[in-house]
Design a protein around this ligand. Structure first.
Ligand code: SF4
Ligand code: SF4
Length: 375
């Protein structure tokens, strides 16, 4: 780590950025609720929350995006493309798991055969400044998913919160463009030592996972569902944790023979199909395209969708190949841990823990992974 940014200079650093680029960073909306927003004033930025509820994918693949507008004028149809990206963009404060997730989405949207122009424009115009996680949450399991609280993959710049300053690493060509910034100062040996200690401590913390008592997995009825999965909603804490990585190796092979198994009958039972786990997931990318029209004009819009919604797979004929929660939960798991690895050679989960933290019925994907491996 060669550089640092004193926190007393952060405001001026950000104000300088705002004058040149569109800056996006986490903003506090209300107590405990944070979101990536376009920043108008440096004071809006809040880097204290571990990870905003909505992932950073929203800035590249928005929840709702106009693709084009159309209008009928006389006998003519006029089509106007959606506004493209006009300015360079900087995303500040994305956490390592979300940045890893962007590299997963890159493979899909900037794919081998087809490039998604809407995603591509935003991606090319964006510099990602990632912030390491000094305090991983009890629901984080990034280390089990080839990540970690200080993984730099996909970041253009990497920040480490040292207390009085941020340690800064310029990692890519886009990141190196910051080298002349007057607010970056040379870091010394003490800063590097502190950064290393923080990294080791955070990595050790995230390598711990929450145990469940024997025989109380998702496949068994759990008498105290909130007791072993920490929930922001209830504020209940995770119990003491143990050192254990999730057994993720070869999970795609384990899933192949159980596609028609009764395993899914029990796994899906507690899910109420709200879709939160998929909508907040940084790697989920199902979408629906709709025309919103009134009189002579309209627009075509792409919206996030979820494989956990019955309408998602309903065909025009009325047939639904995923008619119950059983098939839909199976699809969620199979897509992440079987179909995606088969096509892209990587699991479509980065262990951000959002689906664990925000599921209203505490469906815990970590336990599902263990149950699959034990089945
Ligand atoms: S968040 Fe929980 S209840 Fe909602 S769809 Fe996902 S697993 Fe089911
Ligand atoms: S499946 Fe859950 S833990 Fe994995 S990336 Fe999606 S929200 Fe995060």
């Amino acid at each position: 780590m060669k550089w640092k940014l004193d926190k007393k200079d952060l405001r001026s650093f950000l104000q300088g950025l705002i004058e040149k680029v569109d800056l996006y960073a986490p903003v506090k909306l209300s107590e405990g609720v944070f979101s990536y927003k376009k920043i108008e004033q440096a004071e809006e930025v809040d880097l204290t929350h571990p990870n905003p509820q909505k992932p950073v994918k929203d800035l590249f693949f928005p929840q709702s995006e106009v693709m084009f507008r159309y209008e009928k004028v006389g006998k003519e149809h006029q089509v106007v493309s959606a506004e493209g990206v006009k300015k360079e963009r900087v995303v500040l404060g994305a956490r390592p798991c979300d940045v890893q997730a962007i590299s997963i989405l890159d493979e899909l949207f900037l794919g081998r055969d087809t490039i998604d122009e809407f995603y591509s424009q935003k991606r090319k115009a964006t510099t990602i400044i990632c912030l390491g996680c000094n305090q991983p949450r009890s629901t984080c399991f990034c280390s089990s998913m080839s990540g970690g609280p200080f993984i730099r993959t996909g970041s253009d710049l990497f920040l480490i919160d040292l207390g009085e300053a941020y340690g800064v690493e310029c990692l890519s060509e886009k990141g190196k463009a910051f080298l002349g910034n007057k607010f970056l100062k040379e870091a010394d040996g003490n800063d590097s030592k502190r950064a290393k200690e923080l990294e080791e401590k955070a990595t050790q913390k995230v390598n711990l996972s929450t145990p469940r008592p024997e025989g109380r997995g998702l496949l068994k009825v759990h008498p105290e569902p909130h007791a072993f999965t920490p929930s922001l909603k209830t504020g209940l804490r995770a119990p003491e944790r143990v050192n254990s990585f999730l057994p993720i190796e070869n999970i795609e092979k384990k899933l192949d023979p159980i596609i028609e198994s009764p395993f899914w009958d029990r796994l899906h039972e507690k899910c109420v199909g709200c879709g939160v786990c998929t909508l907040l997931c940084p790697t989920c990318h199902c979408f629906d395209i709709v025309d919103e029209a009134l009189n002579n004009r309209g627009q075509r819009v792409r919206n996030w969708d979820s494989c956990l919604f019955p309408l998602y797979s309903l065909e025009t004929s009325g047939h639904n190949p995923r008619p119950t929660g059983r098939e839909r939960t199976r699809q969620r798991i199979m897509h992440k841990f079987n179909y995606y690895p088969k096509i892209f050679n990587r699991i479509a989960c980065v262990g951000c823990g959002r689906c664990v933290a925000y599921c209203p019925v505490n469906f815990d994907i970590r336990q599902a992974i263990k149950d699959i491996q034990d089945y």
